[in-house]
Design a protein around this ligand. Structure first.
Ligand SMILES: Cc1cc2nc3c(=O)[nH]c(=O)nc-3n(C[C@H](O)[C@H](O)[C@H](O)COP(=O)(O)OP(=O)(O)OC[C@H]3O[C@@H](n4cnc5c(N)ncnc54)[C@H](O)[C@@H]3O)c2cc1C
Length: 435
């Protein structure tokens, strides 16, 4: 089927997460229409807790290409880059202040909900079909049809993009892989109005993040733009912890007291983060990932981006950045193929298929590196005896690996090792208590 103009291109995107909305926005900028099908009923249907740090060469680059950088800057929190890394005795290994403005190596934080709002608001009305959960994708006569959970069909489409997250339904058409349990899970919750109600806890995050690890366990707190602290306790545990322990997932207080039992030998200033989570507001979550280096044989007219393509745990803070980079690259590939079809009066499908193969190969390569980095960072903190004392150098260097200018890794590594050697030998003491 040859296209006479860009409006003839028929692109369906399943999922209005960061990957799907970024792709739709970028296509809109290129005058190519697309429709997003999103299972959630509306933008407000689910609280999108948590904060995401966008990186200069990936997430922020996509935001810029989407023409949303000014809007993004209104909500990005450069002071959110502040970062404290401690162990269970509240001995601080690394403390970094936040910054005040954009830098090439900046990783400003933005609330997940705010990022989604910006992207959704930038698209034409009705380009997102809220409350439509896609059940099946079926190929017919070289085109694709979608059917939803209510039995309604949508289509036909030249291209269907599965941006439908961890448990993607589109993935099964491309790959036999399914996410496996990563070996860690935990409880999450918010502390509202932390600065006023819990100034000491608020100060621990220093408007950014507080991370503490020991004995395969962690407690973390991250400041959100609305003044909440997003707190998690994550630890190495078998899958289905709640079921095995007869815990009701809806009973936040039961989750809190069960989780706290694993932290009795932790500094109480750290565990008080868990204590302070708003009453009843705890949720339990197991973390899953796809195998490092996942790839599939190309199927014309179908592809995946974001977590659907390469789900990983959040320990390197790369998932959203990779998802938005996928969207950026894919938008360019689609745009080029559509223009190619119009300019040469040739069928879009073979042109698109050839381009998609190239896109997928690049994505597989890029994702494999980040998946490995994420796995390493998780292993350094949760599955290596003596962590963080024994692993902090490797953890820090892995975290920084993609930020360092070419040829500087050895120098930064030397400085980092020297700094941490001195710190560990002479200065690693529990933080003094302040009354
Ligand atoms: C606890 C936690 C903390 C994280 N922290 C960070 C971080 O700090 N930094 C970072 O970079 N990454 C982080 N991540 C990872 C990041 O959230 C993901 O990588 C990112 O959201 C992926 O975006 P996505 O659009 O691919 O998928 P998602 O955000 O999962 O979006 C998928 C969308 O598809 C919809 N959907 C699913 N199935 C269907 C269907 N059948 N029909 C219609 N719609 C459907 C869903 O409702 C959802 O809206 C974290 C993840 C978790 C779990």
């Amino acid at each position: 089927m040859q296209l006479s103009n860009k409006q003839d291109a028929k692109v369906a995107i399943i999922g209005a997460g960061p990957a799907g909305t970024t792709l739709a926005r970028l296509l809109h900028r290129a005058d190519i229409p697309s429709t997003i099908f999103e299972a959630e009923k509306s933008l407000e249907a689910r609280t999108q807790g948590g904060t995401l740090d966008l990186h200069y060469n990936t997430g922020i680059k996509a935001v810029k290409e989407a023409g949303l950088h000014d809007e993004y800057l209104k909500h990005a929190r450069y002071d959110g880059e502040a970062f404290t890394f401690a162990d269970k005795q509240y001995r601080i290994y690394i403390r970094r202040p936040g910054s005040t403005g954009e830098s090439k190596h900046g990783r400003p934080e933005i609330d997940r909900s705010r990022l989604r709002e910006i992207l959704v608001a930038s698209m034409p009305q009705n380009s997102i079909k809220w409350g439509v959960k896609i059940k099946e994708v079926v190929g017919r006569d070289g085109e694709w049809w979608l059917s939803d959970d209510d039995g309604k069909d949508h289509g036909p489409y030249h291209l269907v993009v599965g941006a439908d997250g961890a448990f993607s339904r589109v993935r099964k058409l491309l790959s036999d892989e399914f996410p496996s349990y990563a070996g860690v899970g935990g409880v999450w919750g918010l502390i509202h109005d932390a600065e006023k109600r819990f100034p000491k806890l608020h100060a621990m995050a220093n408007r950014g993040s507080f991370f503490s690890f020991s004995d395969g366990k962690s407690i973390m707190a991250q400041q959100l733009g609305d003044g909440c602290l997003n707190v998690s306790a994550i630890w190495a545990r078998p899958e289905n912890w709640t079921k095995t322990n007869g815990l009701d997932e809806q009973n936040g207080e039961a989750l809190r007291s069960a989780a706290l039992k694993g932290y009795t030998d932790w500094d109480e200033r750290i565990t008080s983060l868990l204590d302070a989570i708003d009453s009843g507001g705890l949720v339990n979550r197991d973390l899953y990932h796809l195998p490092v280096g996942i790839r599939w044989k190309h199927v014309p007219g179908l592809t995946l981006i974001g977590d659907a393509a390469h789900l990983m745990t959040p320990f390197a803070g790369e998932g959203v950045n990779l998802a938005m980079t996928d969207a950026l690259d894919l938008s360019r590939v689609i745009s080029k193929a559509v223009e190619g079809s119009i300019n040469t009066s040739r069928d879009l499908r073979p042109i698109l298929s050839f381009a998609l193969k190239g896109f997928e190969d690049d994505m597989f390569r890029r994702a494999a590196e980040v998946q490995q980095k994420t796995l390493d960072m998780m292993n350094f903190m949760f599955f290596t005896p003596g962590a963080p004392y024994t692993t902090i150098e490797r953890y820090a260097m892995t975290a920084l690996s993609d930020e360092l200018p070419n040829g500087t890794a050895w120098a930064v590594g030397l400085m980092m090792h020297t700094f941490l050697f001195v710190k560990k030998k002479w200065f690693l003491k529990p933080e003094p208590k302040v009354e």
